[in-house]
Design a protein around this ligand. Structure first.
Ligand SMILES: NC(=O)C1=CN([C@@H]2O[C@H](COP(=O)(O)OP(=O)(O)OC[C@H]3O[C@@H](n4cnc5c(N)ncnc54)[C@H](OP(=O)(O)O)[C@@H]3O)[C@@H](O)[C@H]2O)C=CC1
Ligand SMILES: N[C@@H](CCC(=O)N[C@@H](CSC=O)C(=O)NCC(=O)O)C(=O)O
Ligand SMILES: [Zn+2]
Ligand SMILES: [Zn+2]
Length: 382
């Protein structure tokens, strides 16, 4: 049966959005115009969106791909309002999560079992545009750019159908948007990228939302020691609830590089380490905290423009492995609906990551809480 047409289908919709007019400035709540979806696109009514550190990173001006004015946000969930020509996988009323890593099933990357990095629309997505090179957003006559193919800080957004997955309509839309980024990324970093085994020893640097999702994955795999490393002592309590066995604050060990402290604590180093901050010095520490011969370090954090990593090549010659992950290695459209199902079966945490909830009008408070180290995830509701 054909989906019922919504009264707004084919029309320009005026709605609320938090607009980043320029770097380093608070977001501004505006009325924006959202065009109907073109061929292969879907317009989604966003119910809620998480605030990820990557939104703050791009807003800070440190993202080489940062472009303004833009509608940020990439951890959202919502309901399909209308679909563009040729879209058969979705209909109005479907519950969906936008995906910043699409899955087209057709490109060389999608067909390759070793990567999740679909490249079908990567070039235009990186330029803040839809695949035809235009934007669907305007405010006061000015074009606004899209962000990571999602722009979930808008009440309505337009995304490519390949950047969207349909999820269980019983799942709470005000929570499951977090599976669009931080939780899936950290969890997948442990399960897919590192493939942590039972009885492993692990260190997680940075105990924000992403780091705690790594901890969740390591607990599921039966790691016997999980050391949380964070400069913020307030992060210890929540991290213990997620399952860290030890907490190390580098500020308590200023006479020694933190990797030496960890190597001593673990009789030679960790089986797996994860950098979940975006600091290149910490990335080095995380690698060098790995056990000689077999330790693997996974870079999850996103570093600022111009930053480079370094270590002595001897660290790799002697058997340590340095890896990175995007979206936890999950092939997005295949995996996210399954993660939603896992949450519904109480086999995956989401609620425990949500420390603050606020109306979109207060979105800047979400950023402030993150910068002050007071939140894991803030959710903004439309
Ligand atoms: N690769 C990918 O696919 C993805 C990458 N990311 C990236 O992952 C990183 C983490 O994201 P998220 O969890 O949202 O960020 P948060 O800001 O919530 O968490 C980062 C944590 O690291 C702590 N920290 C900062 N500096 C240090 C340090 N030198 N040593 C130890 N701990 C430190 C922070 O402490 P404090 O509380 O004091 O700030 C905070 O607890 C970001 O770089 C983000 O851009 C996010 C999603 C996907
Ligand atoms: N735009 C940045 C790169 C930003 C980046 O690394 N993004 C991560 C996701 S972070 C999510 O919160 C990622 O998975 N990237 C894959 C990709 O194809 O962009 C820059 O230009 O350095
Ligand atoms: Zn993110
Ligand atoms: Zn693809």
């Amino acid at each position: 049966m054909a989906a019922p047409e919504t009264s707004t289908a084919g029309q320009v919709i005026k709605c609320r959005a938090a607009v980043a007019w320029s770097a380093k400035k608070p977001l501004s709540l505006e009325t924006v115009e959202v065009d109907p979806p073109k061929a292969g696109e879907v317009r989604v009514k966003i119910k809620s969106s998480g605030v990820c550190h990557t939104d703050a990173y791009t807003l800070s001006g440190e993202d080489p791909e940062g472009i303004f004015p833009v509608i940020l946000g990439h951890e959202g969930a919502g309901v399909v309002e209308s679909v563009g020509e040729g879209v058969t996988d979705f209909k109005s009323g479907d519950h969906v999560i936008p995906l910043y890593v699409p899955q087209c099933y057709d490109c060389e990357f999608c067909k390759h079992p070793k990567t999740n990095l679909c490249q079908k629309i990567r070039v235009t997505q990186g330029k803040g545009l839809m695949p035809d090179g235009t934007s669907r957003f305007r405010c006061n006559g000015k074009q606004l750019f899209h962000f990571m193919g999602c722009s979930t800080f808008s009440e309505y957004t337009v995304v490519c159908a390949i950047s969207l997955c349909k999820v269980d309509a019983k799942a709470p839309l005000e929570k499951i948007g977090l599976l669009g980024c931080g939780i899936s990324t950290g969890y997948g970093a442990a399960l897919n990228t590192a493939n942590v085994e039972k009885d492993s020893t692990v260190a997680v640097f940075g105990l924000g939302g992403v780091g705690l999702a790594v901890v969740m994955g390591c607990v599921e795999r039966g790691a016997k020691q999980i050391i949380g490393v964070d400069m913020n002592p307030d992060k210890e309590a929540a991290a213990r609830k997620f399952g860290i066995t030890d907490f190390v604050n580098p500020k308590d060990h200023e006479k020694k590089p933190i990797q030496e402290v960890l190597v001593e604590m673990t009789n030679g180093g960790l089986d797996y380490t994860f950098e979940c901050i975006g600091n290149v010095d910490v990335m080095r520490s995380a690698l060098e905290a790995c056990h000689k011969g077999w330790g693997t370090s996974v870079i999850v954090g996103v570093a600022g423009a111009g930053k480079e990593i370094s270590t002595r090549p001897f660290q790799l010659v002697t058997g340590r492995t340095w890896k990175g992950t995007a979206f936890g290695g999950f092939k997005s459209r295949d995996s996210v609906p399954k993660l939603v199902d896992k949450y519904m079966k109480k086999q995956l945490k989401i609620d425990e990551f949500i420390t603050h909830t606020m109306p979109v009008e207060e979105i800047n408070r979400g950023f402030e809480l993150m910068h002050a180290g007071k939140s894991l995830r803030s959710i903004v509701n439309f």
